[in-house]
Design a protein around this ligand. Structure first.
Ligand SMILES: Cc1cc2nc3c(=O)[nH]c(=O)nc-3n(C[C@H](O)[C@H](O)[C@H](O)COP(=O)(O)OP(=O)(O)OC[C@H]3O[C@@H](n4cnc5c(N)ncnc54)[C@H](O)[C@@H]3O)c2cc1C
Ligand code: SF4
Length: 434
């Protein structure tokens, strides 16, 4: 099998950011699993966007049936391995665990899920087998979690699924964007390789709309799934923003995750934004040894869209926050070198000295490719209009899900939407769609 993992350059900067939640040993996993109360109403399952049977998979770990545990996880979420590592469990399953309400530590659901799925993938690579070929033909635009979940669900039922990715490496933001201390690019690509082993064909360096026309894709397939994700980092539009020393957050993170050489020493960094991407960039800079990292946010700390637990972790990493600050210019010297970010705080102008400014204020929408599919509409934000429970769009053969539909949520939401669209198609093709 061709492996994408083998195509990853060695010596990447992300290697300097070790795993914050290391894998559990079998003994640790069993001990933790035995703490679970196996609640009948399972609030943890209800809090999971993919509705994984949490008490069910934990019980199987406790009884030594690790493959059975993984099978139960994959039945709902074929990207259960990356989700176990990147999900904001603090506000999802673990946040809902009843033990939390009783002032006990919640069950480490994410780490148990990682233990089960990684063990099963390693020890039972044939656990899930692709269905016999000969079904329908589907194409996915983009190879992020939404498309992979869609394609794998259909491949396991014997349909021919091809995923097209414009980048050289597949996996979407799992490969290029998620903080390395949660998931390194090599782990993301190992999961893509596993999805390919389920019968999904993955073609990289192919941009739909440029290398292959939308019309051709529609003509050659029974269904097309748009899992486009989002586009370039948004700019603020302030003087001095264009040029070296000012980076878009996701472009910079991609560099850290995929670059084949060590990151040069970082000096003083200012990060603009208050969302999770801003917090991620700030934490990554701090952990890579930046001399200082300051986040600049235009409203009060309580208004930040980033998770409170992530901001707390950023503070522990040494990240400072300047709230109520509106950036007005990037100050450069005569040679064009960044010297400061000028902000207005409580009516007064202030220059925050720095040599790198990271803009983390959002990503653009990939409007052009979506609208090449006739009938596919965009909403006022530029997101693809699709039903989140079925993925249906205004074109009967086109389905969509993930960030390009929801505007940017979590990996687990993208997986749920891709899977839901595939299940809807399976029901439609089998004639059971009511
Ligand atoms: C910096 C950052 C950190 C994040 N961290 C977390 C986290 O810790 N936990 C979490 O749960 N979520 C996190 N998220 C959110 C999560 O990554 C996304 O919600 C998820 O990846 C969305 O999946 P997707 O499949 O919709 O899109 P993506 O993962 O963005 O994948 C879309 C893919 O489509 C490709 N593509 C686009 N257009 C075309 C075309 N025309 N032809 C071919 N290919 C195309 C793109 O290159 C891309 O690879 C993070 C997001 C960012 C930006
Ligand atoms: S809520 Fe907590 S204790 Fe109850 S089943 Fe879920 S993980 Fe176990």
């Amino acid at each position: 099998m061709s492996t994408f993992l083998a195509k990853l350059p060695a010596g990447r900067a992300e290697a300097a950011l070790p795993d914050k939640k290391p894998p559990m040993s079998a003994a640790e996993a069993k001990l933790e699993a035995e703490r679970c109360l196996y609640c009948a109403d399972a609030p943890c399952t209800q809090a999971c966007p993919t509705s994984i049977d949490v008490p069910g998979f934990i019980k199987r770990i406790a009884s030594g049936n690790v493959c059975g545990s993984a099978r139960l996880i994959f039945a709902q979420n074929l990207l259960g391995t990356s989700c176990s590592r990147v999900c904001p469990v603090e506000v999802l399953c673990e946040g809902a665990c009843v033990l939390e309400a009783w002032q006990h530590k919640p069950i480490a659901i994410g780490r148990l899920q990682r233990f089960a799925t990684e063990t099963a993938r390693r020890e039972a690579p044939g656990l899930l087998a692709p269905g016999a070929r000969g079904g329908k033909r589907v194409a996915c635009v983009g190879s992020g979690p939404a498309s992979l979940a869609f394609a794998a669900t259909l491949a396991l039922e014997g349909h021919e699924a091809t995923v097209y990715e414009r980048r050289a490496l597949p996996g979407g933001l799992n490969t290029t964007g998620v903080a390395p201390y949660k998931l390194h690019a090599d782990a993301a690509l190992a999961e893509v390789d596993w999805v390919a082993s389920l019968g999904v064909r993955i073609r990289t360096s192919v941009e739909i709309g440029r290398d292959v026309a939308a019309a051709q894709l529609l003509a050659e397939h029974d269904a097309v799934f748009l899992g486009l994700g989002l586009g370039e980092d948004t700019k603020l539009g302030i003087p001095g923003e264009d040029g070296p020393g000012v980076v878009g957050a996701t472009a910079w993170i991609e560099d850290v995750k995929l670059r084949g050489c060590a990151q040069p020493p970082l000096g003083h960094v200012v990060v603009v934004g208050g969302g999770n991407t801003a917090i991620d960039v700030a934490r990554e800079c701090a952990q890579l040894g930046a001399a200082s990292v300051t986040m600049v946010y235009r409203r009060a700390p309580a208004d930040m869209s980033g998770y409170a637990h992530e901001m707390e972790a950023a503070r522990k990493d040494g990240v400072a926050l300047v709230a109520h600050a509106r950036p007005s210019a990037v100050i450069r010297d005569a040679a064009g070198v960044v010297k400061a970010l000028r902000v207005t705080v409580a009516g007064a102008e202030r220059d925050l000295s720095c040599d790198l400014v990271a803009m983390a204020i959002g990503q653009s929408k990939l409007r052009a490719v979506a609208t090449q599919f006739p009938g596919v509409a965009l909403d006022a934000r530029g997101c693809v209009v699709a039903d989140p429970t079925t993925g249906t769009t205004g074109h009967p053969k086109v389905f969509s899900g993930g960030d390009c539909v929801n505007g940017g949520k979590e990996v687990v939401n993208a997986v749920a939407e891709g899977r839901n669209a595939a299940r809807h198609l399976l029901r439609t093709w089998s004639g059971t769609h009511g």
